[in-house]
Design a binder for this molecule. Structure first.
Ligand code: 26M
Length: 823
């Protein structure tokens, strides 16, 4: 209903054009005669931005006036992608823009593609945060995101001679979607020392003095909800020298270098996103980033609360703060510091407020990703916080002691401080102790954390503190925006676009699964999306791929646990099989295009080797005349959100093949199925729930189960370990030099053969190959395949991030949507 009588839209295409022209001529100071696509993008964004600002202001006013509970989502990563297309669709005026731009001589697609992705994230965790913002706004929840305004997002990936090369991603040249708030700043303190004194009542007062100050400046990004006037705020902090530009005192006294160095050191804090996904390296600058962002955000949240003049005990009734992994865990300590040191509350009252405010989401069980900070580093950078952590730990361990008297091992295991050389602060333990709820991101994952890494805490706090919220994705970006024709076909059958607000309405399309016209259109849409991707592949790699072949896609961060190495070994196996066949036999083979994409962390040697092998295999296979269209191997450079929007709708089959028990949830699995692709996968993460929803007949599952992994690993080390015979043949081909210098790939081979095959590549290989054969067979039955595709999409309603956010709101945050009255 809002769309019909919205106050902020353009009246019609002429109204839109007037605004675009005005922005080109005045804001950009250009003539319409030399308005290129980039200028058209800028002007179009500015025109939409003007509309957004009005609703944004109103939403903030409405939230302030209602004075109800707000949720704050603290995340070091927001992988937003492009904003213009999303803004046009959420406001509901893409058609108007399309017609207006056409009259001005532009194709809307070309204009949209001018925008640089906002890539302030690594992968799943960062993209989840972006989907959550979309759902929070679309469901009218009073919510803010808080993050860091990195000058450089995740690096741009170039592939040169088959190797990954990293190029800085400078994205802020022209960004119409952010609003600097030079008046909203917070001074953030580092280093220094703590003095304690006793006041007249015998109470200990701690003061933290000295050290250095860095200024946090707020930059706000509007987050429009879909088909609602609600426009929420994402606040990103940028670091600046506290002295303003640079220190003139030092400058005038001739110390030019140091005056500039201070400024640069301050600005370094928000300069660059750490490009590691699922790996913690314990670097001081990362801890500085965390405290800088957390302290600025909490100052802001507390300031807003104080304006309401409520008693402190009401804080958790007004404020919910969600910790996106352990990265913002310092917020727990910072709030306790504010309440005790600055506001003078008693320890216990303060701690009650703190624990009722925070919720913690765990996103990984990989030990190398669990954050730990060395105590000496902490002592140096945040001396008061370390004291508070010791106190928190002391009181916590006392309660554990009361519950489990004399269990010294238990105390050692759950302690926030790890007794190592040097001692370490375990951030996950701190996050659990400081929160009222802890959740995993898919059922299997939530069960696993309760029975493995956080088992002792279940004993200490009881099982109710631990819960599951299965991830979801926004259907606006991942269906309507990425696949407009499919969205259109669905709405023609469900009767409206309401499925984009209530994804369970997808169930209605199952009635049409036998309707020949519907099926034909369904297949045509997939084919058209494949043609589009084939053109892109031709343009970027020079390789011709046949859009009728089976497109088999694995796009995600490159990581051993995600097992891209198993995929490429499987491709080599397929190639060797094809080579061994007669031309006649070959003709019976299902033609296939194997498509990879994803970034390796710059310091992750093995991941880079995997990329190199994929490219080396492509170079041989794609030029083998005997093979032709039967097999192509493509590595798509610089996989990111906007490329995902093009790649995902074009897949027939996608791979989600992590070693069971390692992928917490996965979210691209949901995106692929929602777009009519089938998946091959292990019993891991959300694959299991996807199977439950869509039916076993619609998914290709294989491999060992999570519950067996430990024993198998034990066997690798202490029992006999033999490599699967088909995989041996693959290794032999690599070692013979079939794909170039074998030494380049020995790391991958010996990880499996000589170093315990930690990720079970060999153990799962046979099952993987067999299941790929089932895929080929199923694909040859095109009618059967289309049925699977339609049934799957129809049953994906559960995986909307709207459902997911509603679960957080009810089970963890205890917040309600803010009703919108007609304005
Ligand atoms: C930690 C320390 C230092 C530098 C970087 C990190 C770090 C950054 C990102 C650690 C982990 C990071 O991301 C983890 C992640 O993306 N996890 C994924 O979360 C998704 C959303 O819940 C899940 O779907 C994926 O399965 C899970 O791997």
């Amino acid at each position: 209903a809002w769309l019909e009588h919205q106050t902020s839209g353009f009246k019609d295409k002429d109204g839109f054009e007037t605004e675009v022209v005005r922005h080109v001529e005045t804001t950009l100071a250009r003539s319409m005669y030399n308005c290129d696509e980039q200028a058209a993008y800028s002007a179009c964004s500015l025109a939409f931005r003007d509309r957004l600002i009005l609703e944004w202001n109103r939403t903030q006013q409405r939230q302030t006036f209602a004075d109800s509970k707000r949720v704050y989502y603290l995340s070091l990563e927001f992988l937003m992608g492009r904003a213009l297309d999303n803004a046009m669709l959420n406001i509901g005026q893409k058609d108007v823009a399309k017609a207006g731009l056409a009259e001005l001589g532009f194709r809307i697609e070309d204009v949209i593609e001018q925008e640089h992705d906002a890539a302030l994230g690594n992968g799943g965790l960062g993209r989840l945060a972006a989907c959550f913002l979309d759902s929070l706004a679309s469901l009218n929840y009073p919510a803010w995101g808080y993050g860091l305004r990195y000058r450089y997002g995740i690096f741009k990936q170039e592939i040169i001679d088959g190797y990954q090369v990293e190029v800085p991603d400078y994205w802020l040249d022209f960004n119409p979607w952010e609003f600097p708030r030079h008046d909203v700043t917070v001074d953030i303190q580092f280093y220094g020392h703590v003095t304690k004194r006793t006041d007249d009542n015998g109470k200990t007062i701690a003061t933290w003095d000295g050290g250095e100050i860095v200024k946090a400046v707020a930059y706000d990004v509007p987050i429009p909800g879909y088909a609602t006037p609600s426009t929420n705020n994402l606040r990103l902090w940028s670091s600046k020298a506290a002295s303003g530009e640079f220190d003139f005192q030092k400058f005038n006294s001739g110390d030019y270098e140091n005056s500039v160095a201070d400024q640069q050191r301050a600005e370094t804090i928000s300069a660059v996103l750490y490009p590691n996904d699922n790996l913690d390296r314990g670097k001081e600058l990362r801890l500085k980033q965390q405290y800088f962002w957390v302290a600025a955000s909490l100052y802001d949240i507390v300031r807003r609360f104080k304006k309401s003049k409520r008693a402190w005990k009401e804080f958790p009734e007004q404020v919910a703060i969600q910790l996106n992994d352990t990265h913002p865990t310092l917020a727990v300590v910072e709030l306790q510091r504010i309440l005790v040191d600055l506001e003078g509350l008693d320890w216990d009252e303060a701690w009650g407020i703190v624990t009722n405010t925070f919720g913690y989401t765990n996103h990984t069980v990989l030990p190398e990703a669990l954050e730990k900070w060395s105590v000496p580093l902490f002592q140096h950078l945040l001396p008061r916080h370390l004291q508070l952590i010791y106190d928190i730990n002391l009181f916590f361990l006392q309660t554990v002691e009361r519950k489990f008297p004399k269990d010294r091992d238990m105390l050692g295991r759950v302690s926030i401080i790890e007794e190592a050389q040097p001692k370490m602060v375990r951030m996950a333990h701190l996050a659990i102790v400081g929160s009222h709820k802890v959740n995993g991101v898919a059922e299997l994952h939530s069960d696993l954390i309760k029975t493995t890494i956080f088992k002792d805490f279940v004993e200490v706090f009881g099982p109710d503190k631990f819960t599951n919220v299965t991830n979801g994705i926004t259907p606006r970006r991942w269906l309507h925006q990425a696949n407009p024709r499919l969205s259109e076909l669905i709405s023609s059958k469900t009767g409206s676009q309401n499925f984009l607000k209530d994804l369970t309405e997808l169930a209605k399309i199952e009635h049409y699964k036998d309707d020949p016209d519907f099926r034909k259109e369904w297949a045509e849409i997939k084919y058209a999306n494949k043609v589009r991707l084939a053109k892109y592949i031709k343009k970027t790699t020079g390789v011709d791929v046949n859009p009728s072949a089976l497109f088999d896609v694995q796009v995600k961060r490159i990581h051993e646990y995600k097992r891209q190495q198993m995929n490429i070994f499987g491709v080599i196996h397929r190639y060797l099989t094809l080579k061994s066949l007669s031309p006649e036999e070959r003709k019976k083979f299902q033609p296939k295009v194997s498509i990879f994409g994803g970034k390796a962390a710059p310091g992750y040697w093995m991941a880079k080797q995997i990329i190199h092998l994929i490219n080396a295999v492509g170079a041989v296979v794609n030029n083998d005349k005997e093979i032709g269209d039967l097999l192509k191997v493509i590595f798509l450079e610089d996989y990111n959100v906007s490329k995902a929007e093009m790649i995902i709708p074009a897949s027939d089959l996608s791979e989600h093949i992590s070693t069971a028990g390692t992928e917490a949830s996965g979210t691209s699995n949901m995106k692929f199925v929602l777009n009519g692709g089938l998946i091959i996968g292990t019993c891991d993460g959300a694959n299991i729930e996807i199977t439950r929803e869509i039916g076993e007949q619609n998914i290709f599952l294989f491999g060992n189960l999570a519950e067996d992994v430990e024993d198998i690993r034990h066997n690798h080390t202490y029992g006999s370990h033999t490599v699967d015979p088909d995989l041996v043949k693959v290794f032999e081909a690599i070692e013979k030099g079939t794909f170039g210098e074998p030494n380049d790939f020995m790391g991958m081979i010996s990880a499996v053969r000589d170093h315990g095959d930690f990720y079970l590549v060999s153990d799962d290989f046979h099952s993987y190959i067999e299941t790929q054969e089932l895929v080929d067979k199923a694909y040859r039955d095109q009618e059967g395949w289309i049925t699977k595709s339609i049934e799957s999409v129809a049953r994906m309603g559960f995986f909307s991030s709207d459902r997911c956010i509603n679960e957080y709101a009810e089970g963890i945050w205890n917040i309600e949507p803010l009703p919108i009255k007609d304005q």
